[in-house]
Design a protein around this ligand. Sequence first.
Ligand SMILES: Cc1cc2nc3c(=O)[nH]c(=O)nc-3n(C[C@H](O)[C@H](O)[C@H](O)COP(=O)(O)OP(=O)(O)OC[C@H]3O[C@@H](n4cnc5c(N)ncnc54)[C@H](O)[C@@H]3O)c2cc1C
Length: 308
Amino acid sequence: MEKLNFDTIILGGGPAGLSAAIYSSRGAASTAIVDINMFGGQPSNYLELENYPGAKLIGGFDLMEKFEQHADMFGVKKFPMQEIETIDLKNKIILTKEYEFFAKAIIIATGAQPKKLGVKGEKEFLGRGVSYCAVCDGAFYKDKIVAVVGGGNAAVEEAMYLTKFADRVYLIHRRDELRADKIVQERAFKNKKLEFIWNSTVKEIQGENLVNSIILENTKTGNFSNLKIDGIFPYIGIVPNIEKFSGQLEQDAYGFIITDETMKTSVDGVFAVGDVRKTPLRQVITAASDGAVGAVHAVKYLEEKVLI
Ligand SMILES: Cc1cc2nc3c(=O)[nH]c(=O)nc-3n(C[C@H](O)[C@H](O)[C@H](O)COP(=O)(O)OP(=O)(O)OC[C@H]3O[C@@H](n4cnc5c(N)ncnc54)[C@H](O)[C@@H]3O)c2cc1C
């Protein structure tokens, strides 16, 4: 197994991690970025963004390609597709199947992933009618009927995206009003293919080989009903990707890492940036901003401790 030393190792190569890589490398710290997948994070999987300042309307993949090329410009060492075995934050040792990494500072930028509904049929029909990515799987539902679960921006935007393919899209929400931004709601209410099912939760996903229906419970009346659908896309929130180091540092009740305004965590020399930390807004712009703040303070930490 190859042993590698870096001043700063960044875990996760989404917008937060790539931004941190740019600032860390530019701050003269030898910097590596390690990801369990290819780089780019969540934006690489969705179609386009229209709220990244300066970019107007840009493909998620295209924007992240620019982030990555920018990190390349400063000589960041990249380690994609790493199967992570263990992460020891206190001693700053990361073990993958191929390498043993030793760092002086670590920046955690592992992001978050969709929360599961936790109902019967969800696991069983994954990839056979259950999907968490409309952009990845939407085209399979041409002329079909699908349901999206949730009431925030992600749910409403993905539901509208699915109307490009599906005949009918039900948006199932447990309350009687959406949490999504007003501008997003206005667009959704104008969409003729979108039908709202209020005050309802999904109790079970049913089917044979593929999904063919769901059982709904009305949260007001307690009545159950059966809805015929071909696919279901839950967008009910996110959980942080902390599996490999959970419990090693201070986290909130949902597992999100607690930091101060310099992105410092409760472990000396360990910083957390982007969706994985407790933060009031999870967007590309805030992830990139966190990455910059975290990396600048990681470099400061290395200088103060005379580690570089
Ligand atoms: C459907 C959808 C639509 C969205 N639309 C928008 C939008 O229009 N505009 C906007 O600004 N934001 C949007 N967002 C939010 C935005 O994508 C996130 O806030 C942003 O990607 C967070 O960046 P991040 O770097 O913190 O995490 P991520 O983008 O999640 O990247 C995390 C990276 O860490 C890697 N990783 C995970 N675990 C490990 C591990 N143990 N070790 C190493 N690497 C690991 C992952 O493979 C990934 O590459 C959307 C999100 C979704 C889900």
